[in-house]
Design a protein around this ligand. Structure first.
Ligand code: F6P
Length: 344
C-alpha cells in the first residue's frame, strides 16, 4: 500500500513512537511505501512532504515533538481546502491516510472520509479528553511532569510559609490537574468540570493553617473558571479552530487567595513544559500499540475509524464517535479528591 501520515494540533510526547511503529510494521511486514505530510493538514494543502522509511524513523522512539512537525491548520477555513486535499492525496496515489491528532484533527479526517478518502485516526492529546478512548498517549507524560512540579513546589512553599498555585494544561477537562493534584498531594484541586468556589478554596486553606501546616499547594487547570465567568485567556485572538489561548487563572487565584486569607501566595504556570521532552515508558507503549493497530486496520481495509484503548485492549471505533463529545473527569476521581480533604 501507499500510505500518507500526518500529525496535527498541539504536539505531545509519543507522536514519534506512533510514526515509527506504523512505518516499521508497514515496511517490514507488507512492503508499504509512506509519504509524511509536514505540519499537519498544512502539509497536505501545500503538498509539503518528507520521506518516511526505516532510516528516517530510526532513533526517534524516545524523542518528544514530532519529526513531521505540527500545526493547527483548519482545512474547513480554507476556500476549496478539501478539494485541494483530495487532489494532493490522489496525486500521491495514496491508499490510506493516517492522521495523528485530537478532536480538531479528526474532524478534518471525518470530512475527508465523507469525500471518499480512506482515513484512519490515532488519538493524541495531553488533555486526555477525546471520547471513545480510555487514554490518549502524551497524557501520562504530562501527568508525570506536573506531579514532579507539585512535589518540588512543596519544599519552597514550606520554606516561605506560602500558598503556591500551580496552573496546568486542560481546557475543558481537568485530567492533568486532578491526577497530578492527587498524586502530588495538593491541598486544593480545581478543574473545568466544577466551577471554582472561592469560599471553599479559602476554607480548605484555613483548615490546613489551623492544623499547623503553614503552607499549601493549589493545582488549577487552565480551563477552571469562576461561576458565571469566562475562562481566563491571553487576549481575545482565536486559533483557526476557534479556541482562545487559555492562561492566567493561576495568577488570578493567587491574588484572590492572598486578598481573602492574608497568606502570602505565588503562582506558577507549567505551560508547554508539560508537552515537551521525552515520553514516559507508558506513553511509548501506548503509542506503539496504537501505531501497530493503525497499520493493521489499513491492511484490513477498515477505514474511517479511530484506534482506541478500552480497558487494557486496543480496538477501534468510528471517527464520528471519537469527536462527538469531550471526555471529562468523572465523579469517581472527584470522590477520591474530596475524600482527602477536610469535611465542610
Ligand atoms: O493540545 C492541547 C493543549 O495542550 C491544551 O491543553 C492547551 O490549552 C493548548 O493545547 C495550547 O495550545 P498552543 O500550543 O497552540 O498554545
Amino acid at each position: 500500500m501507499r500510505i500518507g501520515m500526518l500529525t496535527g494540533g498541539g504536539d505531545c510526547p509519543g507522536l514519534n513512537a506512533v510514526i515509527r511503529a506504523v512505518v516499521r510494521k508497514g515496511i517490514l511486514h507488507h512492503g508499504d511505501e509512506f509519504v509524511g505530510f509536514m505540519e499537519g493538514w498544512r502539509g497536505v494543502l501545500d503538498d509539503v512532504t518528507m520521506p518516511l522509511d526505516l532510516q528516517t524513523t530510526s532513533g526517534i522512539l524516545h524523542r518528544g515533538g514530532t519529526i513531521l512537525r505540527s500545526s493547527r491548520t483548519n482545512v474547513k477555513k480554507i476556500s476549496g481546502g478539501f478539494d485541494k486535499c483530495v487532489e494532493v492525496i490522489t496525486k500521491h496515489k495514496l491508499d490510506c491516510l493516517i492522521a495523528l491528532g485530537g478532536d480538531d484533527t479528526q474532524s478534518i479526517s471525518l470530512a475527508l472520509v465523507e469525500r471518499g478518502v480512506k482515513c484512519i485516526g490515532v488519538p493524541k492529546t495531553i488533555d486526555n479528553d477525546l471520547s471513545g478512548t480510555d487514554a490518549c498517549f502524551g497524557f501520562d507524560t504530562a501527568m508525570g511532569i506536573a506531579t514532579e512540579a507539585v512535589d518540588r513546589l512543596h519544599s519552597t512553599a514550606e520554606a516561605h510559609n506560602r500558598v503556591i498555585v500551580c496552573e496546568v494544561m486542560g481546557r475543558d477537562a481537568g485530567w492533568i490537574a486532578i491526577t497530578s493534584g492527587i498524586a502530588g498531594g495538593a491541598d486544593v484541586i480545581l478543574v473545568p468540570e466544577v466551577p471554582i468556589d472561592m469560599d471553599e478554596v479559602c476554607r480548605l486553606l484555613k483548615a490546613r493553617w489551623d492544623a499547623g501546616k503553614k503552607f499549601a499547594i493549589v493545582v488549577a487547570a487552565e480551563g477552571a473558571k469562576l461561576p458565571e465567568k469566562d475562562q481566563i485567556a491571553v487576549g481575545d485572538k482565536l486559533d483557526s479552530f476557534g479556541h482562545v489561548r487559555l492562561s492566567g487563572i493561576g495568577q488570578m487565584l493567587a491574588e484572590e487567595i492572598e486578598k481573602r486569607t492574608g497568606y502570602e501566595t505565588r503562582s506558577v504556570n507549567l505551560g508547554h513544559t508539560q508537552r515537551g521532552g521525552t515520553p514516559s515508558a507508558f506513553d511509548r507503549m501506548l503509542a506503539t500499540r496504537y501505531g501497530i493497530a493503525a497499520i493493521d486496520l489499513a491492511h484490513a481495509g477498515n477505514f474511517g475509524r479511530l484506534v482506541v484503548l478500552k480497558g487494557t485492549q486496543i480496538t477501534d471505533i468510528p471517527l464520528a464517535e471519537a469527536i462527538a463529545a469531550t471526555r471529562t473527569v468523572g465523579a469517581d476521581l472527584l470522590h477520591v479528591m474530596k475524600g482527602l480533604q477536610p469535611k465542610g
